[in-house]
Design a protein around this ligand. Structure first.
Ligand code: ZN
Ligand code: ZN
Length: 332
């Protein structure tokens, strides 16, 4: 079965970390981290609705300006999630430019910033039309790690240790049902509210024998057709995919527990691995993971696929070693 979202690393594993998630059926994308975005087209950046920033070390946040440059002048709301202090980080970035001409633009960008803290979600709004002054600061509860619950996906965050708080993320796509329009046409069924009932029935996992009333073009009578038959003829089911994203964190009991819980059973887990397996001490000192630790976390979380990245540039010749060590620990 197909999934309607497609995740891909933005850069080579030795480049700045970042993940782009495309929604194949919508003009929409999500970004994890804002490092070097030069490999991403303006067209794709214009589709980005939500950005998940792990922390604001420069390799994870330098791309904010590029994103702002691309979105400025467009009528759009961008939501940025980040750790403690992200509101001040965004405010500082915006304060670095002069906004006296914003009135000349007919379309206005709005940036919503959500700061993830143990005590709650601190939210703030910056509107281009108001010269990006900070406004509407408010606090909302932070329950079960949930930071956004949208019609197409939900996302959770865990606050991890990296000398500064660093967020790990899990994205869960909601399952959805697509109706094949060509097949609908060829069976001469009349589109209408029944299609929505059909979709809901599929999502509820109703029995195959359940009857759906189908109206036909040019006929005054309807026909009751079993769900199973409509499913195999008309319906494409996209199961929800789960994606884990963890960067810049130290391997200790607290983090380990949080990460395993966060990315549990993910279809794909993107995990940093700046250091090689024999550099555990170095990793501890710099608050980063090794390849083996990434593999161990993936195994403990029971993920289906592990993708390691964010390799240290000191190890340019060890690309395969990173993958092999991580896979070895992952396979156990
Ligand atoms: Zn980093
Ligand atoms: Zn960092």
């Amino acid at each position: 079965m197909k999934s309607a979202i497609q995740p891909a690393l933005i850069n080579d594993p030795f480049g700045d970390p970042g993940l782009l998630v495309h929604f194949l059926l919508q003009k929409r994308a999500l970004l994890f981290d804002l490092g070097d975005l030069s490999a991403v087209s303006n067209g794709t950046l214009l589709k980005v609705s939500h950005v998940f920033v792990s922390h604001t070390h420069i390799d994870h946040f330098i791309g904010f300006d590029r994103l702002l440059r691309t979105l400025f002048g467009h009528e759009k709301t961008l939501t940025i999630f980040g750790p403690k202090n992200i509101i001040q980080n965004v405010k500082g970035k915006l304060a670095g430019f002069t906004w006296n001409l914003v009135e000349q633009y007919s379309e206005s960008l709005t940036i919503e910033v959500v700061e993830v803290q143990e005590s709650g979600l601190l939210k703030a709004t910056f509107r281009a039309i108001e010269r990006f002054q900070l406004c509407d600061e408010r606090k909302e509860p932070f329950v079960d790690g949930l930071i956004v619950d949208d019609s197409a996906f939900s996302a959770r965050a865990a606050i991890l240790e990296h000398r500064v708080p660093c967020l790990g993320f899990a994205l869960e796509e909601k399952p959805h049902v697509n109706i094949d329009k060509d097949k609908l046409e060829s069976m001469k069924a009349e589109p209408g509210p029944w299609l929505n009932e059909l979709k809901q029935s599929v999502l509820r996992d109703d029995p195959e024998s359940a009857l759906i009333t189908v109206p036909f073009k040019g006929r005054s009578r309807t026909e009751d057709i079993p769900l199973g038959q409509l499913k195999s003829n008309l319906v494409e089911i996209f199961p929800g995919q789960k994606i884990g994203y963890v960067v810049d964190t130290v391997f200790n009991d607290r983090n380990r527990k949080k990460i395993v819980e966060l990315v549990k059973s993910a279809d794909i887990f993107f995990c940093e691995s700046p250091f090689l397996a024999d550099e555990e001490e170095r990793g501890q000192a710099r608050c980063h993971l090794t390849s083996r630790q990434a593999g161990t976390l993936a195994r403990e979380a029971g993920v289906k696929q592990l993708q390691v990245f964010h390799f240290s540039s000191r190890h340019k010749d060890c690309r395969e070693q990173f993958y092999n060590e991580a896979q070895e620990a992952f396979q156990g």
